[in-house]
Design a protein around this ligand. Structure first.
Ligand SMILES: *[C@@H]1O[C@H](CO)[C@@H](O)[C@H](O)[C@H]1NC(C)=O
Length: 409
């Protein structure tokens, strides 16, 4: 009975998505999104976004009629269906210091201790889970021949910052301390995350870099991470403001949900009215369009003058200046301690410049960076390389590069 219900919902969503796709093709402007011609599989991306839009509309209806909240519905859809066991991996659900994790271990015999990876999933701090990112974790565990720990941190808006960060940190510390129990060399552990997970990975890396009682992380892998909430008018935010699935307003919405569990100030944040002028000046050396290479500014970028400062908004968002929320704002002394890094950016992604600015900060501080820029990539492409028949070969290419980097460590 329940599955019939779900089937009907999916069918309705599918039909609605076709209608939106057709309407979108006729009048893209009306829907406030744009698909750049240079993106990988533009038609597929349009369809995917139409599907997302219609399921979101459906979620709203379900909430109105009291079936479930929109967030619950969206989370349900994001989690996908359960995968069959992978014969090459053993996997086990556990708790690390109270935090749910799934440990993936290659079955093939190892000659000694293996490397390990802590994986922090994306989803705007609101969505997704260990299940939704199972394919990526398996791919990394098999391709990199290492033990992967995927962390089921608590989600916003129910759990606000720093809940997710603390869960990730506590699970990571537990893993480092007990690595050998999992056949892992504690001196050979990396941390890796996509999107909001990239934010958490960067924050955890910074904190662990300051701990002398634990071995150093071997590397960090940041996949289109969100790293700041000071400036939503950097070139990539302007250029890709309407590129799905992460529109510019979504980026601000998610950051606010994570921080406050409430996104009512999203317009002020987008305009830049939330940061006092002296703070803006203080961080200008790091958060600045001048630090973005010129070649990334040729595609429709206009310097933006921040809106008039609103102290009452600042009062609610001042924790945006904490590095464990916005890692781009960490002091040089901390950045210098960071491990070798892999930064993955996509051209058609509002968060591209967060990645580029962090890359510059790491390089300026003598940290070795491997940078991979997916010229036809969009935000989230990696977890979409094969998803419900929506497939983006470029995402697979990106994932292969990450596995290559891991093997080369
Ligand atoms: C994380 O670990 C610390 C130290 O053990 C503990 O004080 C803190 O409550 C933990 N945080 C969470 C969110 O469980």
């Amino acid at each position: 009975m329940e599955s019939l219900y779900v089937l009907l919902i999916l069918l309705a969503a599918f039909i609605a998505s076709f209608i939106v796709a057709i309407a979108g093709a006729i009048q893209t402007q009306y829907f406030n999104f744009s698909i750049p011609p240079g993106v990988n599989q533009p038609g597929m991306l349009r369809l995917l976004f139409a599907f997302m839009r219609s399921t979101s509309a459906l979620g709203k209806i379900l909430e109105k009629i009291g079936v479930c909240s929109q967030i619950t519905f969206t989370r349900y859809l994001h989690n996908g269906k359960k995968l069959r066991p992978d014969p090459q991996l053993s996997q086990q659900d556990e708790r690390f210091d109270g935090v749910p994790v799934r440990v993936y271990r290659p079955r093939a015999p190892a000659s000694g201790l293996r490397p390990g990876a802590i994986f922090l999933h994306g989803g705007g701090w609101l969505y997704c889970s260990i299940d939704s990112h199972e394919k990526i974790c398996r791919c990394i565990a098999k391709g990199g021949e290492l033990v992967v720990v995927s962390v089921g941190y608590r989600l916003a808006p129910e759990h606000k910052y720093p809940a997710a960060y603390e869960d990730c940190l506590n699970a990571s510390i537990h893993f480092m301390k007990n690595a050998e129990h999992y056949g892992v060399d504690p001196a050979n552990v990396i941390v890796c995350g996509d999107s909001a997970g990239g934010n958490l990975a960067a924050a955890v890396s910074q904190t662990l870099a300051g701990r002398s009682d634990l071995p150093r992380l071997r590397a960090q892998i940041l996949i289109y991470p969100g790293l700041q909430a000071l400036d939503f008018n950097l070139p990539s935010y302007q250029q890709n403001q309407g590129v799905p699935p992460l529109l510019r307003e979504h980026a601000a919405f998610f950051a606010l949900q994570y921080l406050n569990g409430d996104a009512s100030n999203v317009q002020e944040i987008l305009e830049g009215s939330h940061i006092p002028p002296d703070m803006r000046l203080k961080y200008r050396k790091w958060v600045n369009p001048d630090n973005i290479p010129e070649k990334f500014k040729v595609r429709g970028y206009k310097p933006h003058k921040p809106g008039e400062f609103k102290p009452e908004v600042y009062e609610t968002v001042k924790r945006f200046c904490e590095p464990s929320l916005c890692p781009l704002l960490a002091e040089d002394a901390r950045i210098q301690q960071l491990p070798e890094s892999f930064i993955f950016t996509c051209e058609y992604d509002v968060l591209r410049d967060d990645g580029l600015l962090y890359k510059k900060r790491l390089e300026d501080n003598g940290v070795r960076v491997t940078w991979y820029h997916l010229e036809d990539g969009f935000h989230g492409i990696l977890s979409l390389y094969d998803n419900y028949g929506f497939s983006f070969p470029s995402g697979k290419k990106g994932l292969d590069r990450i596995v290559e980097f891991i093997k080369g460590l």
